[in-house]
Design a protein. Structure first.
Length: 369
């Protein structure tokens, strides 16, 4: 499974232009909502459907044309059939993503307006990243269940029902800010949840960002963000993937379980509402980010992340002896690494060493002017 599989984090921010950030960063959080499944050939050949739906009439005409041309590149190699929403003949399973509910509450100009939904897909990320030319920028792919074969071992990872699992596309021009977009995405998730709480008279659900790309609730991982990009002729194709545990309390926590503990109201978060609220926030933040830079969002970001004033140990090689120093995190540098200050008032930029699951272990420091 793409989002939550345990993989080395060494690629994070190493190559800022072609960054790859991985979701699971610590051993304790890695199992948040992945369960490993025994591999069977049937898993990957299990037929599934991909349903297309646009927000406007024009976008629905586009869906029809896309289906007719049969140009979508689907990794499942023919086991996924493409349908328009209007062609669905039998009622969907009770807890399927409700496309109409989502589209009706979506109020964006660009993002989320073209939807590809499936009850079951290998990976939403693969669908959007392989179809950059086929679908409009800002299109979203949502799956109720997601699995993905993992390499040679043939183990399957699966994220079960109850998660909001989606990926969408972005096109960016300025490579220097590409690594920061994952922070904008994380912030849009937390602000979307805050918005739904406000709107429905709920107590604040204290969802926070664990740098670089995990979402935490009450000290437990509840979701994460994954961004990948490719670069060609001054353009970046950026695919953004998000997983958020809305309803599945196993094995750690989920939004609705937490909400039940803090509120006596009957309200439950629905994936459709969260997704619509997310795109609304993201569209706003993304414009600010592109026009004014991440600085314009920094204050809110620092309010939301878990690290202001956090003291961490950094390692330094001093004539072949590794010395450990304690520094205090101040914020982010312009390239998206951690900015910290030492007890000697020396400012520095912290880089993950690339070997630890936990980004906060084995940080290396580079002194700044
Ligand atoms: C489908 O193919 C036609 C003819 O090549 C083209 O004009 C149209 O843009 C295509 N539609 C989509 C959605 O790609
Ligand atoms: C995928 O489809 C191609 C062409 O139809 C076929 O040759 C290939 O064997 C298929 N691969 C798998 C894994 O089914
Ligand atoms: C974006 O993706 C499309 C389709 O895969 C590809 O043709 C194009 O070259 C890609 N552009 C970049 C910047 O990678």
């Amino acid at each position: 499974m793409l989002f939550f599989a345990r993989t080395s984090c060494s690629l994070l921010l190493r190559t800022p232009l072609h960054f790859l950030s991985l979701l699971s960063t610590t051993a304790s959080s890695s199992s948040s909502f992945s369960i490993s499944m025994a591999a069977t050939v049937m898993e990957s050949n299990f037929p599934s459907t991909l349903v297309l739906r646009g927000k406007s009439m024009a976008e629905n005409d586009f869906a029809q044309s896309l289906k007719h041309n049969n140009t979508l590149k689907l990794p499942e190699n023919g086991t996924v059939s493409v349908l328009l929403q209007s062609e669905l003949d039998k009622p969907l399973e009770k807890d399927s993503f409700e496309i109409d509910l989502f589209m009706n509450s979506l109020s964006t100009n660009r993002f989320g307006r073209f939807l590809l939904w499936s009850p079951r897909l290998a990976s939403t990320h693969d669908v959007v990243s392989r179809n950059f030319d086929e679908i409009p920028i800002g299109s979203v792919c949502v799956a109720d269940i997601q699995y993905k074969g993992r390499g040679r071992s043939k183990n399957m990872w699966e994220s079960p029902k109850g998660g909001l699992l989606f990926s969408f596309t972005l096109e960016m021009k300025n490579g220097r800010v590409v690594p920061l977009v994952q922070y904008v995405v994380s912030l849009a998730v937390t602000e979307a949840i805050n918005h739904l709480c406000d709107k429905n008279g709920l107590p604040c659900v204290d969802i926070r960002i664990k740098w670089p790309n995990d979402l935490y609730l009450n000290g437990l991982k509840v979701g994460g963000v994954l961004c990948t990009s490719t670069y060609k002729s001054n353009k970046f194709n950026v695919s953004v993937g998000i997983g958020l545990n809305v309803d599945n309390e196993k094995p750690t926590t989920c939004l609705n379980t937490f909400l039940k503990e803090v509120s006596s109201l009957d309200y439950k978060f629905r994936r459709e509402d969260i997704l619509a609220a997310f795109f609304c926030k993201f569209e706003k933040f993304y414009d600010i980010f592109i026009n004014q830079g991440f600085e314009a969002l920094e204050k809110l970001y620092y309010k939301t992340w878990l690290h202001s004033g956090q003291r961490v140990i950094v390692q330094e090689k001093n004539e072949d002896v590794v010395v450990e120093n304690v520094v205090t995190i101040q914020g982010l540098t312009s390239s998206g690494y951690l900015l910290a200050v030492g007890d000697d008032n020396q400012m520095c930029e912290l880089h993950p060493d690339g070997n630890s699951f936990d980004f906060f272990k084995g940080l290396l420091r580079r002194k700044l002017e």
